[in-house]
Design a protein around this ligand. Structure first.
Ligand SMILES: [Zn+2]
Length: 105
């Protein structure tokens, strides 16, 4: 069976993993606000520079933004502890043909 195409809508349904790493500038956003930022990024295709400015994110280089994208829960269950495995969200330019590397948190 072929994997169905991933979209941001699907990721939202699967669930976004809260960003807890304090080194990550997105960890300062409340989950609702994080969703809005991601919506701007993936769906509205707002320029990254604009997103950083609008939400006052402490990111100096626009090229770094995609490195801070959160993880999302996949449908793959971990064979060891039975929890949902996670994957890194692709940058918007890599969404097409994205095949997630799943891991257990
Ligand atoms: Zn596990």
């Amino acid at each position: 069976m072929k994997d169905e195409q991933l979209s941001f809508e699907k990721i939202k349904k699967l669930g976004i993993v809260p960003v807890k790493d304090k080194e990550n500038p997105l960890s300062y956003l409340k989950s609702v606000r994080l969703k809005t930022v991601l919506e701007n990024y993936y769906t509205d295709k707002v320029a990254v520079k604009e997103i950083i400015r609008k939400y006052d994110l402490p990111i100096d280089n626009v090229m770094d933004f995609h490195r801070y994208l959160p993880y999302y829960y996949t449908k793959v269950m971990c064979p060891y502890d039975g929890t949902k495995m996670c994957a890194a969200m692709p940058s918007r330019s890599n969404f097409k043909g994205h095949s997630p590397n799943v891991f257990c948190l």
